[in-house]
Design a protein around this ligand. Structure first.
Ligand SMILES: Nc1ncnc2c1ncn2[C@@H]1O[C@H](COP(=O)(O)OP(=O)(O)OP(=O)(O)O)[C@@H](O)[C@H]1O
Length: 446
């Protein structure tokens, strides 16, 4: 099995592109096959090396390593050879009509109630007419002559699919400036590199019909590549995603502090009835089922991703995050705070709360209560039982219960109304800091 992910380096990856990358990668690993990263960069105006580098970086961040990688711009000679072959067998023909002429023809056909399909007028040109056009300095662009047939295939996601080629204009494969179009280069590469399965977005369904025809012209008799098209992903409001708009980019998720395992797990399960499980891609291989993915468009819901990210962090072991925590933060710290994190970066804030400076709210009305609490603060060593015993004693001495008892203490010690379990967090603050904070909260209002 050999699969590929073939982005155009015209922007950074969004979550829709990433879903395709994840699916291809998981299938390749499932089939013990290989995964190729191909940059479809024949559109020289829009393709940029920095986007290609950015895409590689984003894929690595997600945990999707590739077995091979290449750029279409390095294979122009090969496309030239394949194009010559199609010309020789009469499947690629030169055209000279301008955009304006074509628009006029389309409008005429529509007025006559006929589909606006290219009429192949260029195919009827005589040798003399052709020569005259060339002599007049015109450069031809080249169209592929589609077979008058209906192409069918069993799609890995959409089921039985067909594309009626008579309803489609012969596609342009080479522009007048000699540059090749994606429709063509993609087929040449898929054949040359021995791709066995193509998984891509539903925006390519018509392309697939056309490309199977090109593919069979280049390598008869019949196509053997399996195709699957995933419904397009929209944003939470149903809006389109586009590299050009930079919407829902992987980079942004990374900057926001979302874990790659959460993104991979969310994308792998999206559109299926399975609950997403956040995990590095290699751990998702076994449970991934392409044919369980729904045929309806899927929405990318950031709030669901955040919830998954949170669940993932809450279950992570210290050893998995150690390197990303403040240098002094030990396992007790991680176990105390992990249940309170939406993003790992927030652990730094809690580290500051535990060991640095805090900004406590005004509790002038609690002075007497906090003084009693300070008096009752036990000496170290402290453990997980310390908070419970201390609070109980303060409760007995002040007659307070519940929120009235806990909240002023939490506020004085952490500066926050909510946060990690104080049973685990108090020993991290330690006696000296706790006493200082209580004294400050009580004393500064005296
Ligand atoms: N919204 C989407 N949902 C799912 N797959 C998508 C979506 N948009 C693109 N893809 C798929 O991502 C893969 C990479 O395609 P490509 O690089 O052309 O992305 P693109 O976002 O369509 O690019 P551009 O915005 O530059 O036109 C293709 O398989 C394409 O079908």
């Amino acid at each position: 099995m050999k699969l590929r992910f073939a982005p155009s380096p015209t922007g950074y990856l969004h979550v829709g592109n990433a879903r395709i990358a994840v699916a291809n990668w998981l299938l390749a690993r499932q089939g013990h096959g290989s995964f190729v990263l191909r940059f479809d960069d024949t559109d020289v105006g829009r393709s940029k090396p920095e986007y290609a580098a950015g895409i590689e970086e984003d894929l690595r961040w997600l945990g999707l390593e590739w077995d091979d990688s290449f750029r279409q711009s390095d294979r122009l000679d090969r496309y030239g050879v394949a194009a010559e072959h199609l010309k020789r067998i009469g499947r690629l023909y030169p055209c000279f009509e301008s955009e304006e002429e074509l628009r006029f023809k389309r409008e005429q056909r529509q007025k006559q109630g006929r589909p606006p399909v290219y009429d192949r007028a260029a195919l009827k040109m005589t040798q003399e007419q052709l020569q005259r056009a060339l002599d007049n300095g015109k450069s031809p662009y080249w169209r592929f002559k589609l077979e008058p047939r209906t192409v069918t295939w069993t799609d890995g996601v959409l089921g039985r699919r067909q594309v009626k080629l008579q309803a489609i204009s012969d596609p342009v494969l080479i522009r007048a400036d000699g540059s090749f179009l994606y429709t063509f280069t993609s087929v040449v590469d898929d054949l040359d590199t021995g791709i066995t399965d193509i998984v891509r977005g539903e925006d390519h369904v018509t392309n697939t019909g056309v490309q199977i025809d090109i593919l069979e012209a280049l390598r008869p008799p019949a196509n053997t590549i399996r195709f699957a098209h995933l419904p397009l992903l929209t944003d939470a409001d149903g809006g389109q995603l586009s590299k050009r708009l930079g919407s829902m980019g992987l980079r942004q998720l990374r900057r926001d502090g979302i874990e790659p395992a959460a993104v991979a797990g969310y994308l792998a399960a999206l559109g299926s009835s399975r609950d997403p499980v956040a995990a590095p891609p290699i751990e998702l291989v076994e449970r991934f089922e392409l044919d369980q993915i729904s045929r309806s468009p899927a929405r990318f819901d950031p709030s669901q991703l955040l919830a998954l990210n949170r669940r993932y962090l809450h279950g992570l072991r210290y050893s998995a995050v150690k390197d990303r925590l403040p240098a002094q933060a030990g396992e007790e710290f991680w176990l105390a705070v992990r249940g309170n994190l939406d993003m790992l970066a927030e652990a730094r804030n809690w580290w500051e709360v535990a060991t640095g400076r805090i900004d406590p709210p005004d509790q002038a009305h609690e002075t007497e209560f906090l003084k009693v609490a300070l008096e009752a603060l036990p000496a170290e060593p402290w453990d997980e039982a310390t908070w419970g015993n201390w609070v109980k004693r303060v409760g007995t001495e002040t007659g307070r219960k519940g929120r009235d008892l806990f909240l002023p203490l939490r506020r004085a010690l952490t500066g926050e109304d909510h946060g990690p379990e104080m049973r685990l967090f108090l020993p991290l603050i330690g006696h000296r800091r706790a006493a200082d904070r209580l004294a400050h909260a009580a004393g500064s209002r005296c």
